[in-house]
Design a binder for this molecule. Structure first.
Ligand code: GAL
Length: 336
């Protein structure tokens, strides 16, 4: 009996000791941010806020859209900081695979944040349903103009989201194309999601052709460039134009009539889920087995697709992005 009690006490003490060794309190999370548009700085602050509120130390590196710089910064973090988890928003969905494998070889867990990383041993992927976002963009425009000439301006070819968005847009457009109601007059992907390149593509197109009836631009960065070209050709309010991200200037274009819609994604929810996942992985706690999985070419990656995706046009801008405090009212309604 004495032995039995001693064993229980020993087991209890070992548990206490192990609990004491649990990561809580000294967790270090690295964030490798590839792109730079307005939304990503919000993602960084939400992520930091949600991680720090759980006592994690956060190290952020911003690669300004350069894949080479992202690789350099991430390698440096992996080698010099004692990271438990690395959260990556890749510039390029393929190239970043090498970074994931390098981090994993040093026992660091890796999360792909909002852009999947292909062909590597990724621990988790969190994003929105990008196919659905593409569908929402095309649905919004085709409801207003179910017939006509449509131009498609997609995102960076190295970002897997560009492909997913295009799949969603075509889910809606293809039946109308087959019916003969819609004709695609321009179809381009824009390197680095760059508004300057989008501007140039649209300007070149308008120099040679009649204006299309609608332009399905995959992001607000792209619609910024497109809108600039349209205005130069005196077409500001005539052509339907989509976007995504609910960026400040896009919201302003919507109330001024120069952009038809954007897609508001509640990125704070995404950041909160990613922060919780990072803490779970850092503590070596099991991740919920209720997650969906997404094939990244190497494995079925446990994934979370956050469902809050809201189409925003002039009619609901106040009750969505403004009411949520996502965008400052004064910056949108500047003439009131
Ligand atoms: C995509 C993302 C969009 C947009 C774009 C450009 O990956 O899904 O929300 O921000 O990048 O940065």
């Amino acid at each position: 009996m004495k032995n039995y009690i001693a064993n229980i006490i020993t087991a209890f003490l070992i548990c206490l000791l192990l609990a004491g060794c649990s990561k809580k309190g000294d967790i270090i999370i690295g964030i490798s941010m590839g792109p730079t548009h307005e939304r990503w700085s919000k993602d960084i602050s939400y992520l930091t806020q949600h991680l720090e509120s759980q006592d994690a130390k956060v190290i952020v590196r911003q690669a300004n859209g350069s894949q080479v710089e992202q690789a350099r910064q991430a390698k440096e973090m992996i080698e010099k900081e004692k990271l438990d988890v690395l959260i990556i928003v890749p510039v390029n969905s393929d190239a970043a695979g090498k970074l994931v494998d390098y981090a994993k070889s040093r026992d660091i867990n890796v999360i792909a944040y909002d852009r999947i990383i292909k062909n590597c041993d990724l621990d988790c992927y969190l994003s929105f349903d990008n196919i659905r976002i593409g569908e929402i963009q095309a649905e919004y425009l085709t409801k207003i103009k179910p017939k006509g000439a449509y131009a498609l301006l997609g995102g960076d070819p190295g970002d897997n989201n560009s492909l997913l968005l295009r799949i969603g847009q075509m889910n809606v457009l293809q039946p109308l194309i087959i019916k003969g109601d819609i004709k695609i007059v321009l179809d381009e992907n824009v390197e680095k999601w760059d508004d300057g390149i989008a501007y140039q593509i649209m300007k070149d197109y308008l120099t040679e052709h009649d204006a299309p009836d609608a332009i399905v631009a995959s992001s607000d960065g792209l619609s910024r460039g497109v809108s600039r070209a349209l205005l130069e050709f005196g077409l500001g309010k005539d052509v339907l134009l989509s976007g995504q991200d609910a960026e400040t200037d896009a919201c302003r274009r919507i109330v001024e009539g120069h952009q038809t819609m954007t897609v508001y994604k509640v990125i704070e929810s995404l950041a909160a889920s990613a922060a919780n996942m990072a803490i779970t992985l850092a503590n070596d706690d099991p991740i919920p087995n209720t997650l969906i999985t997404v094939n990244n070419g190497t494995k079925m990656v446990p994934a979370v697709l956050v469902s809050s995706i809201i189409p925003v046009g002039e009619e609901n801008i106040r009750m969505t992005v403004i009411a949520d405090g996502f965008i400052d009212e004064k910056q949108v309604f500047r003439n009131e």
